[in-house]
Design a protein around this ligand. Structure first.
Ligand code: S5P
Length: 241
């Protein structure tokens, strides 16, 4: 898949397996993070609906920064509906996701036919699809059977699906990328369900990219902290080789 190839190229060239979860509320903050931390990441993850002042054109501005600093944009939209609705959410909303996102994700719970319908549209836009096979939060319902079924679905849709959101590798994830959220330099929780692994544990567990949000964006110096995470993720990766 060309998107998988592109991510792996970026990871090697920039020596970073870091994905920044840019969970901020204004477009100025979003653009500032993309500009300053962009040189140190492989993927920039957005939750566009939490941007209070979203305006048409913000996607294009992010896209320009992604080209300048060589990273991909992942809209963490977590689609989970009938195929027809997910396609409208992807293509027709005010956020115009299909115009700028390089990656988007979907909950496997909706089943193969709906995801296949969506996948044909994401592929037509050169957008890679990720299946949320395993969540990071306490008490979630993504058990081993769910992961197995997600892997089987990815195998069926291997020309469209590039990887999984998961805590680490699992049977069936071998030919796909694994991106892991819930990562912090110190393991622990946020008292709202989130559970953190360290970069070392995530990468040792077979993750290809670590997704870090508050560990970086709530630091006193987000840029310096992003560099810390980049180093931690890359050193863990080198140890695995
Ligand atoms: O299971 C999941 C899946 C995702 S995509 N758990 C997660 O935390 N995420 C996302 O990763 C979440 O929506 C947030 O944007 C990021 C984690 O943020 P942090 O601040 O806890 O690092």
């Amino acid at each position: 898949n060309p998107i998988t190839k592109k991510i792996l190229e970026i990871v090697q060239t920039k020596q970073t397996n870091l994905c920044l979860a840019a969970d901020v509320h204004t477009s100025a903050e979003l653009l500032h993070l993309a500009e300053t931390i962009g040189p140190h990441i492989a993927v920039f993850k957005t939750h566009l609906e939490i941007t209070e002042d979203w305006t048409p054109g913000l996607g294009e501005k992010l896209k320009a920064l992604s080209q300048k600093h060589n990273f991909l944009i992942f809209e963490d939209r977590k689609l989970a509906d009938i195929g027809n609705t997910m396609i409208m959410q992807y293509e027709n909303s005010v956020f115009e996701i299909s115009k700028w996102a390089d990656l988007i994700n979907v909950h496997p719970v909706v089943g193969l036919p709906s995801i296949k319908a969506l996948a044909e549209r994401t592929s037509a836009n050169n957008c890679g699809l990720l299946l949320l096979a395993e969540l990071s939060v306490a008490g979630n319902l993504t058990d081993e059977t769910y992961k197995q079924k997600s892997a089987a679905m990815a195998a069926e849709l291997s020309e469209h699906v590039i990887g999984f959101i998961a805590r680490g590798a699992f049977p069936g994830s071998e030919n796909f990328l694994v991106m892991t959220p819930g990562v912090k330099l110190e393991a622990g929780t946020d008292n709202k369900g989130q559970q953190y692994l360290t970069p070392e544990i995530a990468i040792k567990g077979g993750s290809d990219l670590i997704i870090v949000g508050r560990g970086i964006i709530q630091a006193a110096d987000p840029l310096a902290m992003a560099i810390e995470y980049k180093k931690a993720g890359w050193q863990a990766h080198l140890k695995q080789m």
